[in-house]
Design a protein around this ligand. Sequence first.
Ligand code: CO
Length: 421
Amino acid sequence: MEERNTPKSVSRRTALGGMIAAGAAVSTPAAAAGDDAAITTIQPWRQELGRGVDAMPYGLPSAYEKSVHRRNVSWLTADTYSSVNFTPLHDLDGVITPNGLCFERNHSGVALIDPARHRLMLHGLVKTPLVFTMADLMRFPRQNRTCFLECAANSGMEWRGAQMNGVQFTHGMIHNVMYTGIPLRVLLAAAGVRPSAKWLLLEGADAAGMTRSLPLKKALDDCMVAFRMNGEALRAEQGYPLRLVVPGWEGNLWIKWLRRIEVGDKPWHHREETSKYTDLMSDGRARRFTWQMDAKSVITSPSPQAPIVHRPGPTILTGIAWSGRGALSRVDVSLDGGRNWQIARLSGPADTFALRRFYLEFDWDGRPMLLQSRAHDSTGYVQPTKDRLRAIRGENSTYHNNGIQTWAVNKNGEVENVEIS
Ligand code: CO
């Protein structure tokens, strides 16, 4: 196959207007207007008053969207307190994850914290140990930044082969939110970090007392102590009233319900932390401190939970891509299992360490397809196949699986999670 791995751009036109003008993605109406009962009848909502503005002070999605929600996998964990649920990626578009749909990963359930009684302590190798109330924190300069948060175990269930039949479960341990918060370096400067400091210990106020070590260098570079997500206060399950934001790095470092930061000169060792920070390889050696999330992408529609429900013809393929090492620079899409690649169209904000949204508009001929996407980032890194990842890392660790996902589409438009080699 001479075209293998040779990107082929079907459309160099970046503006959607150009594509519509060329007629590449324009659908025709399903029926002539006079034949459609939905046009000729007067439905209830055209005859009755709707809900008043005082009936729902905090808005909810339309009742017709009730299938759009987080889901867990009951056999995955022994209980729902030290557990995880998954973002419904197949139901979303754009790049922002709505607050109520951000996946949850907790170790002792969701702490419900009274902000008036919450404190953030900053101590250790500092000139002046400090304790902040929430009111104190509101007087520091704040910033806004959109970041993806991906669990290092995302796609881990897929390491040994295709298992979960839905992108919500294969890739749903990720969300992408605009945070408002205080640069951590500002708080550290207020306390005065001593020259020997190299590491931070971060501790949450949940019953698990979740703790993680973080290099001071990263903290000074771009970490934030955040109190808002998408404009409103953090949701309880995302760490209300305070959480750490660690752009581009794995989710377990983003301590929720943040109550204590201790400055030290070496990493602290906790049993769970040691295993989390270590990926065992086939030769018995281990990858240590694997914090940065590699470039990755996945097609969210079509996917097993979002099959093609229309006849052959104009079809919209879409997905998300991200990198924790550099800017996401390009996404390729294949309809034939990686033999031929086309450059997808990116649309929406291009923030570094945030999700990007991609599209490919094409005419489906009604034949089976093997859909794949692969991400490129500004470091030159290209998302690898799962076979390539396993050849390097073996099969011992399920963390950091950023391999290329394959969806098989049959002639009826139904989609299945498969692996091909
Ligand atoms: Co890791």
